[in-house]
Design a protein around this ligand. Sequence first.
Ligand code: OOG
Ligand code: NI
Length: 466
Amino acid sequence: MDNSAFIHADEIRTRFSRTMSDMYRSEVPQYGTLMELVADINAATLDRDPALKTDLERTDDLERIDLERHGAIRLGTAEELSTMRRLFAVMGMEPVGYYDLSVAGVPVHSTAFRPVRDENLARNPFRVFTSLLRLELIEDETLRGEAAAILSRRGIFTDRALALIETFERTGGLDDAQANEFVREAVETFRWHGEATVDAGTYRCLNAAHRLIADVVSFKGPHINHLTPRTLDIDAVQAEMPERGIAAKDVIEGPPTRRCPILLRQTSFKALEEAIVFKGEASAEAGTHTARFGEIEQRGLALTRKGRALYDQLLASVRDEGGAGSAGQNYGVRLAKAFEAFPDDHETLRREGLGFYRYVLTDKGRQASAAGLDTSPMEALVASGHVAAYPIVYEDFLPVSAAGIFQSNLGGQEQRSYGSNASKDAFVEALGAPVQDEFEVYETAQARSVDAVREALRSSSQVSAA
Ligand code: OOG
Ligand code: NI
């Protein structure tokens, strides 16, 4: 096939995220209300802060500011996970990171399928937090066997979706009509089904083992359980959710409010109680199920391993106090207090090696022709104004935050203790491919920007020497 007829993976991802958004809004009307609130707050924030607007114009497509940045699904088997990897590959989304949530009493482990390179992220950063159920954590052997048998009987992908994935793998791309059909078919996998595939008794047993197990095992497929737009002021959205009739989660996950935002802050509205019908009982016994919710996020600087270690340490110092996690008294105040130890200006963050930055030649740097500049240390070039350093945005997730989001949507009584149970090897085996190390991804992005600056300086100093 003629390659020029292929639709770019970034474009397929964009079509996919739009179609998902439309579907989710029609399925979960409260999500539409949240989207409107986010759009209002974003507009007000930009009005108030012209510098932020200029910043966003430089780094981002301003028009896309209110659009979804991520969604989440939960899968039941290794085969589902590996096929999902192939499906996301069609849209340029690769597995990055490994998250063990069993530490927080949630029997899953996860990765994020996302675009990796700067140019692809800039076009559309949509990603999907993807969890795999860990049946081995179900204690009751009979129930474990039953859950596995139910899962082994389901096929979550349509035949056409599977055929188009194969076409993509064989030919290296999809044309316009194929891309549209692919999106239509792929979305079917994530649709909500109000009919459970199990009877009421089985549902109750699964639910008693863990509500998440019931959510994964009882349905035809992995319904998308939330979508998450980006907000420019998460504190404002959190404060206003109740005024718009949205039941907000108690606390914002992640770091506190700061001048220089770091990592990721998230909050959500509680999962809705939805009517479902059990197998074999058309109207006899209807039940309810809670799975689907809405979430918002605000992203900041990607931290180096050193920065992340400091973040983890400060967060733990607040969470471990009295063993109450984020439910303890004055959580927000204590969090802000603890994070006074985390530098809050980019100069210090960068010089202390706490965050990743993208280095760009300034106008002054472009005009300079002084020989020797190309070998000056980067620090000196920044100090002399030849080079600017911009924060690299964190594109991944945070396990403690993710656990908080899961918990808030499972209801307060859902506390299980699985202990630390990381099993990255098993996850990677199920996935059928390695997960990329998130720190290496940011390191590469930073190193590329340094190389580009060096290269530009080298060629201009050669011109001036000639
Ligand atoms: C995923 C929860 C985690 C996030 O943004 O950290 C998450 C789930 O509930 O399936 O989406
Ligand atoms: Ni999320």
